[in-house]
Design a protein around this ligand. Structure first.
Ligand SMILES: NC(=O)c1ccc[n+]([C@@H]2O[C@H](COP(=O)([O-])OP(=O)(O)OC[C@H]3O[C@@H](n4cnc5c(N)ncnc54)[C@H](O)[C@@H]3O)[C@@H](O)[C@H]2O)c1
Length: 330
C-alpha cells in the first residue's frame, strides 16, 4: 500500500508517520511506500526501510498537487495548512494554502480519475474552527458551519469541496473536524489556541507560561495520540457508513482552563501551577470567545472514533510520549 501525507513535517504529520511505521500497515494492508510532502523537505523517518519520497512541495501550487497524485497513492492524508493565527494575519497566504491547496489537490485527483480511473481515499484534517458563535453546548453534529475566522472559513469551504468531489465519484473523501490538539509538543506555533498547550507543557518541565484568557474559558481538546488515532480510523473505516456529509465532528474532552490547571496540579503539584502567569490579551480573548466548548460527536462515536477520557489522561499521554514517562526534576 502506498500512502502520501501532505504537511508531513508538521506536528501531526510526524506523529502520524511514526505511528504508521510502527504499525507497519493500514487496515490490514502492508505499507510499501511512503510519500511525504511539506514546504520544507520532511526528514527521513527513523525505522523506515521501505520506499520513501521526501519532497519539498508547496501545496498551494497546481504543479505540487500533480506531484502528489503522480505516484497514485492509495490513501492521501491532507494535513498541510497554515494555522489559525497565521491565516488571520496573512489573508492571501491562508486562502492560497488552506483553500487553493485543497482544491488543487482534489482537482489533480479528479483529472487522474477521469483519465485512469484513479480513486484514492483522501483523509482531510478539518477543524472545530468551522463553528462560530453563538454556539450551543454541546454542539450537535448537524449544527451549521458559521466560521468567524479566515482559517475556519477555509476549512469549511474545503469540507464542501470534499463532499462534492466524493459525490461525483472522483475521490473517497473523509474529513475529520479535529478538536484543539493538546498538549502540542515542541515549541509554540502561530495558532491562537497555543496557550491551551503551553500552560500545561511549560510548567510540566519547570518553565513559565502565559495565560491570556480567564480561567472559565471552556474548550474542546484531544491529545496528539487521539488525533493520529482519528486519522487512521478515517483512513480505514467503511466509507459507505459515512453518507453524503463527508466530514465528521471528532470526540474529545471538554474542559475549562481552570480544569486544565487543576489537572496540571494533580500531575505536577502547586509549584507547576505557580509558573502560570496571568496576562490578559484582548486579541486572543476576542478570537477565542466564539470557540467550541464541546461537541456531541454522535456520528463519530457511533462509527467507533475514540478520544481521551479526561484532561488527566491527556497530560499522562504527554508525559509518556514526550517526557519519557516521568517529569524532570527541577
Ligand atoms: N493542531 C491542532 O490543534 C489542529 C486542530 C484542528 C485541525 N488541525 C489541522 O491538522 C493539520 C495538521 O496540523 P498540525 O498541528 O500538525 O500543524 P503544523 O503547523 O504542525 O503542520 C502543518 C504543516 O503544513 C505545512 N505547510 C504549510 N503550508 C504548506 C504548503 N503551502 N505546502 C506544503 N506544506 C505546507 C507546514 O510546513 C507544517 O509542517 C492542519 O491541517 C491543521 O489545520 C490541527
Amino acid at each position: 500500500m502506498h500512502l502520501a501525507i501532505t504537511g508531513a513535517a508538521g506536528m501531526i504529520g510526524r506523529k502520524l508517520t511514526a505511528r504508521l511505521i510502527a504499525d507497519g500497515g493500514l487496515g490490514g494492508s502492508v505499507i510499501t511506500r511512503l510519500s511525504l510532502y511539506d514546504v520544507v523537505e520532511p526528514p527521513l523517518p527513523p525505522d523506515w526501510t521501505g520506499a520513501v519520497d521526501l519532497v519539498a512541495a508547496d501545496v498551494g501550487s497546481p504543479a505540487s498537487a500533480e506531484v502528489v497524485v503522480a505516484g497514485r497513492p492509495d490513501v492521501i492524508f491532507h494535513l498541510a495548512a497554515v494555522v489559525s493565527g497565521e491565516a488571520e494575519a496573512d489573508f492571501e497566504k491562508g486562502y492560497r494554502v488552506n483553500l487553493d491547496g485543497t482544491r488543487e489537490l482534489l482537482d489533480a485527483i479528479r483529472r487522474a480519475h477521469l483519465s485512469q480511473g484513479y480513486t484514492p481515499r483522501l483523509v482531510f484534517a478539518s477543524s472545530i474552527a468551522v463553528y462560530g458563535a453563538p454556539l450551543p453546548n454541546p454542539i450537535p453534529d448537524d449544527f451549521p458551519a458559521t466560521p468567524r475566522t479566515s482559517y475556519g472559513t477555509q476549512k469549511a469551504i474545503d469540507e464542501l469541496l470534499l463532499a462534492d468531489y466524493t459525490r461525483r465519484g472522483f475521490v473517497i473523501g473523509v474529513g475529520i473536524r479535529l478538536p484543539t490538539i493538546c498538549i502540542r509538543p515542541g515549541r509554540p506555533n502561530l495558532a491562537a489556541s497555543g496557550f491551551f498547550s503551553s500552560i500545561l507543557r511549560e510548567p510540566l518541565v519547570g518553565q513559565e507560561a502565559v495565560l491570556p484568557v480567564p480561567e472559565d474559558v471552556r474548550h474542546w481538546f484531544a491529545s496528539p495520540r487521539s488525533a493520529v488515532g482519528f486519522l487512521i480510523k478515517a483512513a480505514t473505516i467503511d466509507s459507505d457508513l459515512i453518507g453524503p456529509d463527508r466530514t465528521l465532528a471528532m470526540p474529545g474532552v471538554s474542559a475549562t482552563v481552570g480544569e486544565q490547571i487543576e489537572a496540571l496540579r494533580r500531575a505536577a503539584g502547586d509549584g507547576a501551577v505557580a509558573l502560570i502567569r496571568h496576562e490578559p490579551d484582548e486579541t486572543i480573548m476576542r478570537m477565542i470567545s466564539g470557540w467550541a466548548p464541546a461537541l456531541e460527536a454522535r456520528r463519530a462515536r457511533e462509527l467507533g472514533f475514540v478520544a481521551d477520557a479526561s484532561m488527566d489522561e491527556i497530560i499522562s499521554a504527554h508525559i509518556m510520549d514526550e517526557l519519557g514517562g516521568e517529569l524532570p526534576r527541577h
